[in-house]
Design a protein around this ligand. Structure first.
Ligand SMILES: *[C@@H]1O[C@H](CO)[C@@H](O)[C@H](O)[C@H]1NC(C)=O
Ligand SMILES: *[C@@H]1O[C@H](CO)[C@@H](O)[C@H](O)[C@H]1NC(C)=O
Length: 124
């Protein structure tokens, strides 16, 4: 009897470990790259920003620290909405695993954008 219980239980434990292991995502997997687009808007250099979810789990409610953020060109608030020193990405909707969001802004100097918080979602 005891052996049967064990045999049923072990695969379940392994399955949980595998699922957990493949979903080892965190805020550290949100990578932000900023490159010069080459254009100038109102005399200010334009920057292309890509926010990449470099892991297999979706993350939602992604907030970036964006102290002092402003732009000479408007940034679509459905992509980046600025609330004082915190910017919310894509209205808090989930960014799927290995997906990215890109936007551009123009200012001199560029801003240091850093992942601040997020909610881990489902994993693929
Ligand atoms: C910057 O973004 C714009 C708009 O998405 C795109 O057309 C352009 O190719 C990008 N430039 C670079 C250098 O990535
Ligand atoms: C994604 O993560 C891998 C492994 O940690 C790393 O080598 C790669 O540079 C990351 N990609 C981006 C776009 O940050």
């Amino acid at each position: 009897m005891a052996a049967t219980t064990f045999n049923c239980f072990l695969p379940l434990v392994l399955l949980i470990l595998i699922v957990k292991g493949s979903c080892d995502c965190s805020l550290n997997n949100i990578n932000i790259g900023t490159t010069r687009s080459g254009k100038e808007i109102q005399g200010k250099p334009e920057w292309n920003v890509s926010v990449i979810n470099n892991c297999s789990c979706a993350q939602s409610q992604i907030q970036l620290a964006c102290q002092g953020f402003q732009s000479a060109e408007s940034v679509d608030p459905s992509i980046l909405s600025v609330k004082s020193d915190t910017c919310l990405l894509i209205n808090g909707k989930p960014l799927q695993g290995f997906d990215s969001v890109v936007f551009s802004y123009a200012w001199d100097p560029p801003f240091l954008l850093l992942p601040k918080s997020s909610v881990l979602g489902t994993c693929s």
